[in-house]
Ligand binder design. Structure first.
Ligand SMILES: Cc1ncc(COP(=O)(O)O)c(C=O)c1O
Length: 475
């Protein structure tokens, strides 16, 4: 087989008259099952298609292509999302009882890793942007101070860019960490595209973070769950990382997802430069169109510049938080108006903003529809000042580490009765799923206040105990 990439190889194979006496059970029988789903391409590790967990052929080449595109030491195609890369990254770096510096606004997968591997978290609390209530950047100075205070730190985990698009000074953070021989895991799930923009210099790959995790599906043309892990520094053993991946990644990787990663990689290599140039132009035109918004603020667009957001080191221009804080609307009201009146579905609502996500695959028509919708809503908006609510600027008391808390017996308790008790559940606002309360922390008045505000603004509160409005607690 000398086809160019995995998808072409799958398409070629599907046309051959090879009968599958192997998994999957659908047997590529479109006559029986219909052609709506891509059964014909959904194979397993049959002859000629390599093995994701011991790649020697086409999947090895795919990993090498990813490494070439991003400029890593070694890369790994992932089919279980960034989640499996983050779990493996933490597993490769920490042992039970180790101290880990963690940005508090990390994704739930980071917390799950801390819990699984018995790490002791020391949180880096991001500052809050006054105008939008969006969490700002973690600074190298914060990291340096924390490393001084916690000399036994084994790993640093930072999310950059965040879900909202806020970028931290990863070069400064990596420098501070590497001076002490401490590895950095960068959750760059939302930043796989940075390498193709003028923000490339701020990417964690460029900064030489030891492990960088990308959700290709979030900001690049790839199917949901497609992701990549890149080893960019020298402080993590690639063998240990690969072994950990084999624990957390499925033993039945979808070739449809792998083909999507291959397609994405080919797109970036062959069409990336032109596509990202058009994307930049589209965003610039959209930004211009936001200049005359009166009450809504498209963050970083129109007349809003980064100088208005001093807690942001840099900002991903592809993210579009639309701040409603100067209107009578909350984020959810804005999302509803966009959905019901303009057939636009946004990404997520917070109290004082709604987040819209753009990508290199957006169209001029899509941007125009959004610009028209925002102008129509802005014209009708009544000015009004909404006090900022999230996120909190203090951390709840930690009585137990997440791993210790996971081993404690608990009882279900309604949120309204939780004050003063130790929570054993994660309490999260979803999306993005960063926690208000981590197991082992105390329900204080601020948490209760935040839960009430979330309810008032129709934000989804998820609790890991499975019963809405409740948490597992111990007294
Ligand atoms: C910051 C961040 N990291 C990691 C993840 C996990 O990514 P995935 O869904 O690809 O597993 C998410 C998902 O929303 C995220 O927002």
């Amino acid at each position: 087989m000398n086809e160019k990439n995995l998808l072409e190889q799958l398409l070629h194979y599907a046309k051959l008259d090879v009968y599958p006496f192997h998994m999957p059970g659908h047997k590529r029988n479109a006559a029986l099952l219909g052609e709506t789903l891509p059964y014909a391409l959904d194979i397993t590790e049959i002859d000629g298609f390599d093995n994701l967990h011991a790649p020697q052929g086409i999947l090895k080449k795919l990993n090498e292509q990813l490494s070439r595109i991003w400029g890593s030491r070694q890369s790994f195609a992932l089919v279980n999302g960034s989640t499996c890369g983050i779990l493996a990254g933490v597993a490769a770096c920490v042992s039970r009882g180790d101290t880990v510096l963690v940005a508090r606004n990390c994704h739930q997968s980071v917390y799950h890793a801390l819990e699984l591997f018995g790490a002791k978290p020391v949180y880096l609390l991001p500052p809050v942007d006054a105008g939008s209530s969006i969490a700002g950047s973690i600074t190298p100075e914060q990291v340096r101070r924390a490393l001084e205070a916690h000399r036994n730190t084994r790993l640093i985990i930072v999310t950059s860019p965040t879900y909202d698009g806020v970028i931290s000074d990863m070069a400064g953070i990596v420098d501070a960490a590497h001076k002490k021989q401490i590895p950095v895991l960068a959750d760059e799930a939302h930043g796989a595209h940075l390498a193709f923009t003028e923000l490339a210099k701020y990417s964690a790959v460029h900064a030489g973070a030891d492990i960088v995790i990308h959700s290709l599906h979030k900001t690049l043309p790839a199917l949901t769950q497609c992701a990549a892990a890149h080893l960019c520094g020298a402080l993590v053993d690639p063998v240990r990382f690969a072994r950990a991946l084999s624990v957390f990644e499925t033993s039945s990787p979808s070739y449809i997802l792998l083909a999507s990663i291959a397609q994405c990689a080919d797109f970036l290599e062959t069409k990336g430069t032109a596509a990202f140039a058009s994307y930049r132009d589209r965003l610039a035109a959209f930004s211009d169109s936001c200049r005359d918004l009166r009450h809504l603020v498209a963050l970083g667009k129109g007349r809003d510049t980064l100088e208005n957001h001093p807690t942001f080191f840099a900002f991903d221009f592809g993210k579009l938080p639309v701040v409603t804080a100067r209107t009578q609307m909350d984020g959810q009201t804005l999302l509803q108006a966009l959905r019901q009146r303009f057939a636009i579905e946004g990404e997520m609502a917070a109290v004082s903003y709604a987040l819209l996500m753009t990508s290199v695959c957006d169209t001029d028509a899509g941007f125009s529809r959004l610009a028209d919708a925002l102008h129509a809503i802005d014209c009708e908006a009544a000015p009004c000042e909404m006090p900022p609510v999230f996120p909190a600027q203090t951390l709840p008391e930690m009585r137990f580490t997440p791993a210790e808390a996971a081993a404690l017996p608990g009882r279900l308790c309604g949120f309204s009765d939780c004050l003063g008790k130790t929570g054993l559940s994660y309490i999260r606002l979803y999306p993005p799923g960063t926690p208000l309360l981590v197991p082992g922390e105390v329900f204080d008045a601020l948490i209760v206040e935040q839960l009430q505000a979330a309810e008032a603004h129709h934000l989804q509160v998820l609790t890991s105990c499975g019963k809405p409005g409740h948490a597992l607690v111990c007294d």
